[in-house]
Write a new protein. Sequence first.
Length: 104
Amino acid sequence: MKQESTPVTVQILDKDYRISCEPGDRASLLESVRFLDDKMREIRSTGKVIGTDRIAVMAALNLAHELLGQQTQKESSSQSAGKRIKALQNKIEIALNSTNQLEL
């Protein structure tokens, strides 16, 4: 049975927002709110971006850029690990074939 969502009031850049949240996700939501609020305050403190909407868009773009960078790095690491595994498999096969030939 799915738990019913409850409204949670959060504050981002001194503005209140009511967000529907399942009870088990409340802590995660509050952590996300703190993270976003910190990012938006950091952008606002530079004085280069004015207006809550623009600050929110800049924060979203920065977070999306970081996320995509991490995904690209993860994919690259995964491909690199795959290549190393294949190389090790080839070495093992060569060693096993050499051992089999010696036994004959």
